[in-house]
Design a protein around this ligand. Structure first.
Ligand SMILES: [Fe+2]
Ligand SMILES: [Fe+2]
Length: 208
């Protein structure tokens, strides 16, 4: 099952939809915390601060959207309040591990330089994904005439991708080669995540 088939099923079930929003919120929060953790306390730039602030806002905004579905159902990021909890948590951390491994091996990076390069590549791959995922979700929301909307996130994610490309260009003349590798790693993890979502959606329609 592809995401464009999974999402209408999620949206049709208020409780499941609340858990989905909570899961996206968790993933945005994980991304935001990773950006903040990779910041150099001295050389952090305007763009990095802006990016971290916006990712934190996405986490909060998605959490707030739960009010429009099944209010009060997902107070925390506990597994019971998430969809495909293991995969949703594993996705970003695993991408980080794989990208760091690649950077150590191919570019011999370590310490601060490794942290910054990993921030660039991991975030780039995630922004490519976000630019695909949120519009598919918004279409499904529009089709279902849902009160939930993620248009403000879509707008900011488009800006992020551009900002990541600009930062990558300054980082390396071979940035496209490295970025391609990161995108390929992300695609594998994303496939697994979608598979886990599909399993859970199929399971919940049997229950109901
Ligand atoms: Fe985001
Ligand atoms: Fe973003």
């Amino acid at each position: 099952m592809e995401l464009n088939e999974i999402l209408p099923r999620i949206i049709a079930d208020d409780k499941l939809h609340a858990r989905w929003l909570n899961t996206l919120s968790l993933m945005e929060n994980t991304g935001a915390r990773k950006i903040s953790a990779s910041e150099d306390p001295v050389t952090v730039t305007y763009i990095i601060l802006k990016h971290a602030a916006e990712e934190h806002r996405h986490a909060f905004y998605l959490k707030k959207q739960i009010e429009k579905t099944a209010d009060g159902t997902c107070p925390t990021y506990s597994d019971t309040y998430l969809v495909a909890p293991a995969y949703s948590k594993y996705y970003l951390n695993q991408l980080d591990v794989q990208v760091c491994r690649y950077l150590k091996k191919e570019l011999n990076l370590s310490g601060k330089d490794l942290r910054f390069a990993a921030y660039l590549l991991v975030t780039y791959a995630i922004e490519v994904r976000a630019d695909e995922l949120y519009p598919v979700y918004q279409d499904a929301l529009d089709n279902a005439k849902s009160k939930v909307n993620v248009k403000s996130i879509i707008l900011e994610e488009e800006g992020h991708l551009e900002e990541m490309i600009n930062q990558l260009k300054t980082f390396s003349p071979n940035w496209e080669l490295h970025a391609e590798k990161a995108v390929a790693m992300e695609a594998g993890l994303f496939q697994n995540w979608v598979g886990a979502l599909a399993g859970e959606v199929a399971g919940s329609s049997i229950e109901s």
